[in-house]
Design a protein around this ligand. Sequence first.
Ligand code: R5P
Length: 326
Amino acid sequence: MTGIITTGEKRLILVSGRAHPELAQAVGKELNTEVLPTTAYDFANGEIYVRFNESVRGCDAFVIQSHTDPINQWVMEQLIMIDALKRASAKRITVVAPFYPYARQDKKHLGREPISARLMADLFKTAGADRLMSVDLHAAQAQGFFDGPVDHLWAMPVLVDYVRSRVDVSNVAVVSPDAGRIRVAEKWANKLGGAPLAFIHKTRDTTRPNVAVANRVVGDVEGRECVLVDDLIDTGGTIAEAVKVLLASGAKDVIVVATHGVLSDPATQRLSECGAREVVVTNTLPISPAKQFDKLTVLSIAPLLARAIREVFDDGSVTSLFDGAS
Ligand code: R5P
């Protein structure tokens, strides 16, 4: 059989949706296993068919899907895979959603809105998921939406190691692109030797999607290399505006760091023209050649996912991967 590690009675299988097979394969390589061969295709009317080509009975199954565009299709595919695993008697099913779908809709901003991030958790649970693993949730408290164990991984160790090699740590300021993410920036500042903090005063029109205006910098960035940290870059509006305001406020230069490179149009153009020295993301989402640009660096999240999967499978400690921090 392919795709299976055995440890006594336990068997680990890694299955993948079609959104980002390269990531699943990279995780499999780290785990020294293969992704389970799976048949998946779309019917003419858009309905999805999935079948695992080998037995999954009694397995500890990890279902990786990368929630990229078209996100609703990939959500549905992952749900169908979970259902198939449950009906084929997998012993335990873990959803691995490196970028949690609908993460930004985690509360009602206005009356009569949904809380879509909660709905996603309910759908995973109803389909048959026992646990959930994700990276850098937009709001950490969304862990509570899922009725079961959630492994919330941080990309920070991967990103910090890289950034340290790219800046003069003694002359860095860590910048949050809005006031809401200042706690995350604070963690970055600690990791970068107690660097000073700043944030951008940003306003949003809640009636119009993806429109952000960076008003001014709060904090001193004069002459500093700014590390601008966010959880995700979607259309690039937030980051491009922030970079411009930082440079206009005397920053020496700006390196942008984000876990999830959603990069919806026109992000590539905005980011390549905004004046940032470098834009660093991970591969929680696939980044097509058309979306790439000279200043973009993509780091692999596969080793971190694989280590976390290994800890879960071995009943070890995922927290130990992050120096005990939560
Ligand atoms: C906002 O709260 C998020 O952390 C991101 O800053 C935002 O969603 C990015 O969107 P865009 O790139 O379209 O401005």
